[in-house]
Design a protein around this ligand. Sequence first.
Ligand code: AMP
Ligand code: MG
Length: 413
Amino acid sequence: MSLSLEEAQQRVVSICKSRQLAIDTIPLQVAVGRVLAEDAHASDDIPAFDNSAMDGFAVRGEDLPCEGEARFQVMETLLAGHVTQRVLGVGQCMRIMTGARMPNGADTVVIKERVRVEANIAVIGAGERQGSNVRPRGEEMLAGQLAVGRGQRIRATHASLLASLGMDRVRVFRQPRASIISTGDELVMPGQSCSGAQIYNSNGFGLAALLGGAGAQLDRADESPDGLPFRHVADDREQLRCALLDAARASEVVITSGGVSAGEADHLPGLVRELGQVHFWKVRLRPGMPFLFGEIEGALLFCLPGNPVSSLVTFQSLVRPALRALQGDRELHPRWLNARLVAPVRKQHQRTEMLRGSLESGEDGTLNVRVSSRQGSAMISGMLAADVLVEFPESAQTLDAGQVVRVFPIQHD
Ligand code: AMP
Ligand code: MG
């Protein structure tokens, strides 16, 4: 029995959540792309001291003139990273640079462009506001406050924020070890001669890149420097059985491409039943219906259809969310947007169709989507030209021009 796309996603995610990986402590500089395994709190106020937001002159706000000009004696120069013992007195000021700690007694910085300097006197006119151009202690965050939550995938800005809290190491979820097996008698490797009814193996390369991007640690076909990050197996039941068992023993996640439909050379469904367990086979999804999710000897197995676009669409819809769930990521699916269809589309089947589409800005500023004319599930270039997958719901047969649909940004890496 087939599942709807939502049911399939729920099944995959709930099983993967229950298999969440262990926790590692790693240096912050290698943590980008990893998922934080515990909340990170500020250990101190940020900033930890009042400091100047601009290059200028630190003054006592009550000394600023309401009209005319006031003259301040310049006492010293404060650079970022230095502390002065001097307390600012009446009618005094200090030259101060961005990021320098405010001297005691001062509460305001007047930017240097608005100050006239005569020898060691700074002349400041009316119109300055008390308290301006100062970044007060704790302005961004108070000690103890949550800075980055558990389950957050660390990106450049998170790394920067965590570093600003003084963290040099972080606790993150481990990455799954993954193996890829491409199947098909017709496939040859790029670089070799391709003739007769052969085609180049493209899925191996695309899936390896997507898996790497989703945080998996890829098992190599061999250890040589240019060893491929996937294995290729002909449509031979025995060879496939051996490859599946090897991969399941080496990895926590096994991805296959091809050989999962109901054709004569499609050995995978039968083999998985024999060697392990099928959680489900077939999703009411186009492209990508023959997708199978199962496991062999504790390794999770994702069997993707061989058509390149089908393999990319099922990766995005079902495999990436699974890999994220295994890594404790709290954001599993791409955020969808609403867009207005530029032209009508029709279908005759009862599956969710994920059409390739491009976003455009409508005349009234709304988001429009144009469904591509190149929908072939073997056309990799059609996938590449698209920004989004346009959801054509199971039960609908027609979508009219102007109708609002959900679109899912395609993540090409
Ligand atoms: P299958 O799912 O094995 O029936 O394959 C469906 C289609 O995808 C066929 O046209 C295959 O030749 C093609 N195909 C299967 N595997 C690959 C691959 N690794 N790279 C490119 N095309 C593939
Ligand atoms: Mg095949």
